[in-house]
Ligand binder design. Structure first.
Ligand code: 8X3
Length: 254
């Protein structure tokens, strides 16, 4: 399914936001991008767009929490040089006292176990490539707590620790482990999903912030990190908009 000689980059959660933007940039950088997400129509449209622009792309409907499906997907690839673990997200912004344990479980499943599934399934191919790269999209939420964020903060800490530990464990193999931790990024779905479709609450996240990061800004940092020479490992890249000094210190012009 992939052209021999063309490096393959797998992007999870490629149906929109940071995932789709990263797929576009990696395709432009010469990768055959294997787009995965649950929503098949979206990744098929993106694959068609990329192919029409002269790039290489394949769409594969996948839920990263479904391990047998992840294994079948991994077996379908001729090679894998880069894995972008982007699938993830937040559900709810309730305090610890009242947060829904089901939300916490779902966030852990997608952000941590999903990343574990794809990383385990593709590590043999990444190693066999002789120059593999694993990227884990964590978040600034994986580095500091904030009120109402505990379930997401816990899950993103899980993703961060996965990256840190894997890097220690596979040192000496030809695979890099890169963690990208974005702060406030305005995408079409992140806040809307978090607040279950409540557009008013979602809009408040970005209210008065002149320029939150865009999906393209983050894709740019990912593509930069991935395209460094192979001996250069960007362990951790934290990226925030200028208006955000910390998770809870945001400059708003209201
Ligand atoms: C998103 C950043 O501040 O909403 O990963 O947790 S935040």
């Amino acid at each position: 399914m992939t052209a021999a000689g063309t490096p393959v980059a797998v992007v999870t959660g490629a149906s929109g936001g940071i995932g789709a933007a990263t797929a576009r940039q990696l395709a432009a950088a010469g990768y055959h991008v294997a787009l995965t997400a649950r929503r098949k129509d979206r990744i098929e449209a993106l694959a068609a767009e990329l192919i029409a622009a002269g790039h290489r792309a394949t769409a594969y409907a996948l839920d990263v929490t479904d391990r047998p499906a992840v294994d079948t997907f991994a077996a379908s690839l001729d090679r894998c040089d880069v894995l972008i673990n982007n699938a993830g997200g937040a559900l709810g912004a309730d305090p610890v006292a009242t947060g829904d344990p089901a939300d916490w479980r779902t966030m852990y499943e997608v952000n941590v176990i999903g990343t574990l599934h794809t990383t385990q399934a593709l590590l043999p191919a990444l190693t066999a490539s002789g120059d593999g790269t694993v990227v884990i999209l964590s978040s600034t939420a994986g580095h500091a707590a904030y009120e109402g964020g505990a379930g997401y903060v816990a899950a993103k800490n899980g993703a961060r620790v996965l990256a840190e530990t894997l890097r220690l464990e596979i040192v000496g193999t030809p695979v890099r482990v890169i963690e990208i931790a974005p702060g406030m990024v305005k995408t079409e779905e992140f806040a809307t999903t978090r607040f279950r479709g409540d557009e008013e609450k979602a809009a408040k996240v970005y209210a008065g912030v002149a320029e939150p990061l865009t999906a393209d800004d983050v894709a740019d940092t990912i593509t930069w990190a991935v395209t460094r020479p192979s001996h250069v490992n960007i362990d951790l890249l934290v990226v925030r908009p200028r208006a955000q000094a910390s998770n809870s210190k945001v400059h708003r012009e209201l």
